[in-house]
Write a protein that binds this ligand. Structure first.
Ligand code: C5P
Length: 415
């Protein structure tokens, strides 16, 4: 067995290796469908594009073909098509179908079971999950006809992402803009994960560096970017878990399809964890929680006094220690700059964890702000696994692989 096989790095997950059918309809937002096709392809998905007749007025099949390196299908009866795929085969072979942008017309047809072109035939024939990303004029979206059509599709299990508020092509400001492509990808992950190995489980993730106020202007904080925690939340979502993300301030977009609880201080994070704990199967503390906070936060901005200033700090509550008695699966992180394994093992013991993910923040390609991480996973029984430098999304899946093994030994029910 190769090193990669040993840790499951050769395994395809989420979007990687999935077959996605992207339907593009006739909206000015069709060009954003090209960005979506490109990003899905980059993430390892095989993307088959089906364009409606009116989509062809906005973008060309060549655009999609160049991005996906696959044939693009535009007509139901296309004798000249290079593709031997017909609608039933396309409907059956796709793991998920996403229509982005989806016009009011496409939504109306799908809601009523019409099948007068290739895309609507596929929607009628498929048994795969369907994601719709509507984009249209604000009044068309608000119209009760569109709202009723969407409600019907939602009740049939469709996932509807967006539309967003903002400036529309008409010049009007309203609700009708295509959802952000990151959210559409999140919705596809959610759809693909419906039968994942964490389906029916609830996962609580904390992320980011807490901020402890010193006065109304200043805060003590740390360099955590929140990327590792957000990657864990997304990976758990893509494996079917219900995810609550308790996040200290970060510059990151809340992951689509997760419940986000924003907090600022260690105390707020602890209170939020305590409120959620009873509903949770797994607690993953990826947050960099301040160990100390100013023992006194001034009501007004502290002024210069011309003398040296001494800050008195007190310890914050330790969230994992407080959660020790709870019957959850608990995963901690240990960011260390020295004696990585010794320190991490001590934390695992002291805090009663099932796993601890240790990373040496001084190592290259590891730690704060980086897209990659190099971690050692230590198990409660003492087993230790040193992983190579990986993208944080892959580290997240590696951690979740271990969590799945622990969780599958327990009955479902809390989620
Ligand atoms: O700060 P420390 O290195 O002890 O952090 C180890 C683990 O404990 C991390 O998972 C962190 O999120 C968690 N922690 C906590 N409450 C604190 C400090 C850290 O739960 N007050």
């Amino acid at each position: 067995m190769t090193a990669k096989e040993q840790i499951g790095l050769d395994r395809r997950r989420g979007l990687d290796g999935s077959r996605i059918l992207l339907g593009v309809t006739g909206s000015i937002a069709a060009y954003k469908g090209a960005d979506l096709a490109s990003r899905l392809t980059q993430r390892g998905a095989l993307v088959d594009v089906v364009m409606t007749g009116s989509a062809l007025e906005f973008v060309t099949p060549l655009t999609f073909r160049s991005l996906t390196h696959r044939p693009v299908v535009t007509r139901l009866f296309d004798v000249e098509s290079e593709s031997s795929m017909e609608h039933i085969a396309l409907a059956e072979s796709s793991d998920v179908i996403v229509v982005a942008p989806a016009t009011a017309d496409l939504i109306a047809k799908a809601a009523n079971g019409l099948a007068d072109d290739l895309l609507t035939c596929i929607l009628l024939a498929t048994r795969s999950p369907v994601v719709l990303a509507p984009a249209m004029d604000g009044y068309m979206f608000e119209n009760p006809a569109t709202q009723e059509n969407l409600a019907r599709l939602l009740s049939r299990g469709y996932i509807v992402v967006g539309p967003e508020e903002g400036r529309l092509a008409s010049g009007q400001v309203g609700k009708g803009r295509l959802a952000d492509v990151a959210d559409i990808i999140g919705a596809i992950g959610l759809a693909l994960g419906r039968n994942g190995d964490l389906a029916g489980r609830s996962v609580l993730v904390t992320a980011g560096g807490t901020q402890e106020p010193l006065d109304p202007v200043r805060r003590l904080t740390n360099r955590s970017s929140g990327k590792m925690g957000y990657a864990l939340a997304e990976a758990a979502r893509d494996r079917g878990a219900g995810v609550v993300l308790i996040s200290a301030p970060t510059g990151l977009r809340p992951p689509y399809g997760t419940q986000m609880i924003p907090v600022t201080t260690a105390q707020e994070m602890m209170d939020a964890v305590a409120r959620q704990a009873a509903e949770t199967d797994v607690l993953i503390m990826a947050a960099a929680v301040a160990d100390y906070r100013p023992s006194f936060a001034a009501d007004n901005k502290i002024k210069k006094s011309g003398k040296a200033m001494t800050l008195v700090l007190e310890e914050t509550p330790d969230i994992l220690m407080e959660a020790k008695a709870l019957g959850l699966i608990k995963v901690g992180f240990a960011a260390e700059s020295q004696d990585l394994v010794v320190n991490a093992r001590q934390k695992l013991e002291k805090k009663g964890l099932d796993l601890i993910v240790a990373n040496d923040i001084t190592a290259e390609g590891s730690g704060f702000g980086s897209e990659t991480n190099r971690v050692t996973i230590i198990h409660r029984g003492g087993k230790m696994e040193e992983l190579p430098t990986l993208m944080k999304s892959e580290v997240a899946h590696q951690v979740l692989d271990r969590v799945v093994a622990l969780v599958s030994a327990r009955p479902k029910g809390k989620g």
